[in-house]
Design a protein around this ligand. Structure first.
Ligand SMILES: [Zn+2]
Length: 423
């Protein structure tokens, strides 16, 4: 159905159901080869989507940060996607926020959002139109994939840049955005975030209710990742269309505030929505005290501050260069910390998929890695390793049809529903 596939195609050696002895290494190897061959075929046929990947600011999709080459600084680039058989990705127009919920803050955030929209448009329009395409509907995803190009979609992470101007939702839609994550890790004018313990609105604000209605009207998917549990229940109650959690895990397995409870997972299923399981280690498995200590020490040593990400927009070239050096050191040292205090791996990631399937059902699960925003685990550390997920799902007894649902069919169904529900 599409593109050049580089993975080996193995002959179908039927040994399942035979009297193969578990202790016969030759037969074990054959069984493993057959599993991988089958996974390969399923993976090729599936439309594989990732609902959440972060991008840099103005430097993304320039010669300095080219997603068209195998870029060692990126976990998601077009080459890794191709290698791993990944068909499409939602790139995040993430915007941080200033603590003040005021007009100057909103204005600056809107401008920062525009910089990221431009970066994605540059990627698909000027830089690599031969390799990828900006896609704005689920039907378009299939068409694009059939031509062998990567489908690039846009999600806005944080509703803060909307400010108090509802018409920006339509504007972002017109620029290609198909979901908005209502908040990031701080409360905003729309709703409470899962981050701070003390609520600000006690769920959705009055303005937030209008935002939900306007997103329904426009046909913009509502993303409930990052928002507080109370905000989640408010959204579920009033949204006229199914919602998504673009990158979250299961609280029953790891009590991080970014994860969803079993009740939330079942509610998401009743709502017709989808939870996209995140591949970020410290969400999937609590950090050990030793790991936490090592992380804190490293951040202190390098002078990292909470919420410093958005400040990069305003940096001079020199400051930026300095920041790049610090970041390179950070990445190197993180590798050491990861080796010494291992966090979640592929198996833990798929444990979260299992749990979500158990609570919400197979029709309500997908994948949202958070690559280049903290995501990446052993076994699924960048898009080139995406086949490993399919192999593990197959190993656990998921059928080809179920795997296709997880990799993209569920998300595309919700997207279609949201389109249908708009006025
Ligand atoms: Zn996020």
């Amino acid at each position: 159905m599409r593109r050049n596939w580089t993975a080996p195609v193995l002959g179908a050696v039927l040994i399942i159901g035979s009297s193969a002895s578990a202790s016969d290494p030759q037969k074990d190897r054959l069984r493993e080869e057959r599993l991988i061959a089958e996974a390969n075929k399923i993976h090729q046929d599936a439309v594989t989507l990732d609902s959440h990947v972060d991008i840099g600011g103005a430097r993304y999709a320039t010669a300095e940060q080219d997603p068209g080459i195998e870029n060692p600084r990126l976990k998601c680039d077009l080459v890794k996607m191709s290698k791993g058989g990944m068909d499409g990705v939602f790139l995040a127009v993430y915007v941080g926020q200033s603590p003040a919920l005021d007009q100057p803050g909103f204005k600056a955030a809107h401008e920062a959002a525009m910089v990221k929209f431009e970066a994605v448009h540059r990627l698909t329009g000027q830089m690599h139109p031969d390799k990828c395409r900006l896609v704005t509907s689920p039907g378009d995803v299939r068409k694009t994939v059939a031509t062998g190009k990567r489908a690039i979609m846009i999600g806005v992470e944080n509703g803060y840049p909307i400010g108090t101007n509802l018409s920006l939702i339509q504007k972002y839609y017109d620029l290609g955005a198909r979901y908005i994550t209502l908040s990031h890790s701080g409360h905003n004018q729309i709703c409470d975030s899962s981050g701070p313990e003390q609520p600000m609105h006690g769920g959705l604000s009055e303005f937030g209710r209008k935002v939900v209605a306007e997103m329904n009207r426009v046909g913009m998917m509502i993303d409930v990742s990052h928002i507080s549990e109370k905000s989640f229940w408010d959204v579920i109650k009033i949204s006229k269309a199914p919602v998504i959690a673009s990158h979250s895990g299961c609280k029953a397995l790891s009590p991080h505030d970014r994860n969803l409870t079993d009740e939330q997972l079942t509610a998401l299923a009743r709502n017709g929505g989808v939870v996209q399981i995140v591949a970020l280690g410290s969400f999937l498995k609590p950090d050990s005290p030793e790991r936490r200590q090592a992380l804190t020490a490293l951040r202190q040593e390098l002078g990292f501050q909470r919420g410093a990400r958005q400040d990069r927009q305003a940096m001079s070239a020199e400051q930026h260069e300095q920041m790049e050096k610090i970041y390179a050191t950070y990445q190197e040292r993180m590798k050491e910390i990861d080796a010494k205090y291992p966090t979640a791996d592929l198996k833990v990631f798929v444990d979260h998929i299992d749990r979500a399937v158990k609570m919400a059902g197979i029709d309500h699960i997908g994948i949202g890695t958070d690559f280049d925003g903290g995501g990446g685990i052993r076994g699924f550390n960048d898009h080139s390793e995406a086949l490993n997920v399919t192999v593990e799902l197959l190993r656990r007894g998921y059928t080809a049809k179920q795997i296709r649902k997880i990799w993209g069919e569920n998300l595309m169904r919700v997207w279609r529903e949201v389109e249908k529900a708009r006025k």
